[in-house]
Design a binder for this molecule. Sequence first.
Ligand SMILES: [Zn+2]
Ligand SMILES: [Zn+2]
Length: 317
Amino acid sequence: MRIIPIIVPTPFYVGPVNCYLIAEDPVTLIDTGPKTKEAVEALREGLRRARFRVSDIRRIVLTHAHEDHCGLAHKLRDEAKDAEVLVHGWETGHRVGRLEYEDHRQLLVRAGVPDEEIRAMRGMYEKLRTYADALEDDEHSELKDEMELEFATGALRVVHTPGHTPGSCSFFREADRTIIAGDCVLKRITPNPILSPDPVDPTKRFHSLAEYLVSLARLRSLSPTLVHGGHGDVVTDFEELFHRYLRAVNERQAEVIRLVPKTGATAWDVARELFPGAGDVHRFLAVSEAVAHLDFAHSEGKLAVEIGDGREVYRRQ
Ligand SMILES: [Zn+2]
Ligand SMILES: [Zn+2]
């Protein structure tokens, strides 16, 4: 099975995104890049170099529905004359190209984010939305855990790896223990668990960090030799990376708990202490990181939480 990376530029801080062409029947593209002119051009060029065209694509598989990964899915599907698009059912809000703003707003209020900041973040949602076309329910099928994506010479097994987002999926090729992992595994950076509503009950928050740690352990149990991430170089030393991630998570846990004063703090307070210089989209990522760690510390019994004034206030036990 030939897995050909195609590196596609994005306008985002994270830099270019890795899309993967599975160059055999049915010709499959894993992730697409954002909806920008530059991304479409890079993708066409990558396909051309591999001696394919967009019209050859039969299947578009999304590791998750962030704009840098899913943005072009609709456009490519149309151009490839109804190629099948597959994405996990838990990528609810993102899947249709609109983050469910109202659900997110409630999560942000509970995290103690001030009104004017929430308004600024709304602008960010609106802008992000322009980098992806919506996929309606009848325009995609669902990826399911353990499902096999068949190819002429083998198969990729779907491994649901929630954490970065609720519906993040990885794809495992048993024959050589290769994994395509989207943003679940990244060479240079520890992936951010992004603040998301729970896909089953949107009034609740998705416990991203706890889920993420389970997903990482699950990938580790597959003893991967090569991991293709959503950004950056291929990972050949997953075991080492796994331990590096765990150390980073433990250090951040300790730091977050230290930042919670006896008098109590909201996730927003902790985020501002953790990343004082963060502006713009980074404030949202900072809140995501703080919430993920506070939830985790709470579930481990290290912090107590109370709701006052519609906001969650954490206290050290
Ligand atoms: Zn992502
Ligand atoms: Zn990404």
